[in-house]
Design a protein around this ligand. Structure first.
Ligand code: NAD
Length: 508
């Protein structure tokens, strides 16, 4: 079965052939560059979005800033009502939104719908959170003094997002930031402008119903627009999701003005499979992790470290699983792998494979671009030589390439696994409690996410999401990640009649 047609999807979401890319509750008559949205399945243009000029950005910032003055004083549970309404609208439009993700970014329909479900889930989480933002009471050393820690809204927050989760990454930030009392300026990837326009339409409806125009704002543009946000001292926090090289630039620019960042950068995720692992689980998890979203998730599985005894059957199982993967139009129900997002990505895939072979890798399956319209490649498994002699595997190539390493021991596997500069997601397959706990211990995985008997991708929103080392150290989404969107204030109240000084200091 094929999902709805392109025209029906766009019509349902209120998107015409030419859209404006600037919005503060009202669409602006923007004057920036025109950005074309390309369907990676066909290579054809889906629509055009007029990006923001610098003066559009200033107008949007001014509206957001005006809203912040009142929004920060609105009780958090009332702020939650806006997010609750957004969640309802996302439920109502889940299908066309998910299909638009498939159209514009290329992930298969069920993953597109999953991305929208993730937005719904984070809205639910944020609504609950709006009733339990909390602080601490700390014992004071002084008599009749109360020492407390409280959290206040931070201000206008910039959210710069990557193409591969063109809606959900925004929502992880925006839903939480909004209940925390912040207002948001979203700069989406120029590869997926229509996804942002569609979400903004729903934001506009929710904001109009809750007297909240200016809480969610959109500023479509490229690196220049991102740069305006990074350099803008009026923006206390830039939440950036994207590649490590750009993240490094963003971190430097924001740090130079002593602003805050939340950095969610590239990963290079590995799975260790020990001899005692359940082979069936490992094969399915690795195949989904490596091939899902055509290998274009930050959490995609790129490296497997198989213990010698299981390496053969695991390799055979994976090759067999890869033969069953249908590649094609992501809106067709039977398709398991859609296209890469762009022609540039196809070139990066080909170049990585050339290097892999030069460095001693052996292509076991796949290894070629597919000759058809759009940006299709075959999912690829490479048998790799020793990890320390195979530098191509130390990089994140955003494509469905899986490197298989053979190891003797758990300790060797952990050492090789941790030897790369990225530190996002990791997993182990084993039936041994001791091995699993070793992997989770302080001398185990050095990643922000470590799983046992499940793969590296497909995180739930309830946990804090993010990674260590070059992945940037940021945390978003669940747990107490909300603290990143607020400012902490330590307050001491003297309710006695004397003025004792801390540390027993005597003065006057
Ligand atoms: P990218 O770095 O090319 O672009 C990301 C965003 O940065 C885009 O909106 C882009 O327009 C903007 N940008 C570009 N130059 C800028 C500049 N100088 N200043 C400010 N903004 C600028 O990344 P991409 O290709 O869109 O996404 C893929 C990358 O994102 C991969 O490395 C992937 O691992 C990573 N990613 C990480 C996570 C995570 O949570 N850790 C999630 C999704 C994607």
């Amino acid at each position: 079965m094929i999902g709805r047609s392109e025209a029906t999807i766009l019509e349902q979401l209120g998107i015409g052939p030419d859209s404006q890319g600037g919005c503060d509750g009202q669409w602006l008559d923007t004057a920036g560059d025109q950005i074309e949205s390309i369907n990676p399945t066909t290579g054809a243009v889906i629509g055009r979005v007029r990006g923001c000029s610098h003066s559009d950005y200033e107008a949007i910032f001014a509206a957001a800033s005006r809203r912040f003055a009142s929004w920060r004083m609105r009780p958090a549970p009332q702020r939650g009502l806006l997010v609750r309404r957004l969640g309802e609208l996302l439920r109502e439009y889940k299908e066309p939104l998910g299909e638009l993700i498939s159209l514009e970014m290329g992930k298969i329909r069920s993953e597109g719908l999953g991305e929208v479900q993730e937005m719904i889930d984070i809205c639910d989480f944020a609504v609950g959170l709006s009733r339990q933002l909390y602080g601490l009471t700390i014992a004071s050393e002084r008599p009749q003094h109360r020492l407390i820690e409280q959290w206040h809204p931070l201000g206008p927050v910039a959210i710069i997002t990557a193409f591969n989760f063109p809606m959900a990454v925004w929502s992880w930030n925006a839903a939480i930031a909004a209940v925390c009392g912040d207002v948001c300026l979203w700069k989406p990837s120029p590869q997926t402008p229509l996804c942002s326009v569609a979400v903004q339409h729903l934001c506009n409806r929710a904001m109009a119903e809750h007297d909240a125009a200016g809480v969610f704002n959109l500023c479509v543009g490229g690196s220049e627009a991102g740069g305006w946000m990074c350099d803008d001292r009026r923006i206390p926090l830039v939440s950036f999701t994207g590649s490590i090289p750009i993240g490094r630039q963003v971190a430097g620019r924001v740090a130079s003005r002593l602003g805050r960042t939340i950095l969610e950068l590239g990963g290079n995720n590995g799975i260790i499979v020990l001899d005692d692992a359940r082979l069936d689980l490992a094969v399915r998890a690795i195949a989904f992790g490596a091939v899902g979203t055509s290998g274009q998730r930050c959490t995609s599985t790129r490296r497997v470290f198989a213990q010698r005894g299981i390496s053969g059957p695991l390799t055979e199982g994976l090759i067999a699983a890869y033969q069953t993967i249908e590649i094609g139009d992501p809106l067709v129900d039977t398709t398991l792998m859609g296209p890469l997002a762009s022609r540039v990505a196809v070139t990066a895939y080909q170049s990585a494979l050339r290097t892999a072979v030069e460095q001693g890798g052996e292509i076991l399956t796949g290894g070629r671009a597919i000759d058809r319209n759009g940006f299709f490649v075959a999912p690829t498994i490479v048998r790799a030589p020793a990890h320390d002699r195979f530098s191509i595997a130390w990089e994140e190539t955003f494509a469905p390439i899986l490197y298989l390493f053979e190891v003797d021991t758990l300790n060797r596997a952990i050492a090789d696994h941790n030897a790369v500069s990225q530190g996002l997601s990791s997993a182990i397959f084993t039936e041994s409690m001791r091995s699993a706990e070793t992997f989770l211990s302080a001398r185990g995985s050095d990643c922000g996410i470590a799983n046992v008997n499940l793969g590296t991708s497909g995180a739930e929103i309830g946990g804090a999401f993010g990674g260590e080392k070059d992945t940037g150290g940021g945390r978003e989404s669940g747990s107490d990640a909300w603290k990143g969107y607020m400012r902490r204030q330590t307050c001491t109240v003297n309710w006695g009649g004397d003025l004792p000084l801390a540390q027993g200091i005597e003065f006057l």
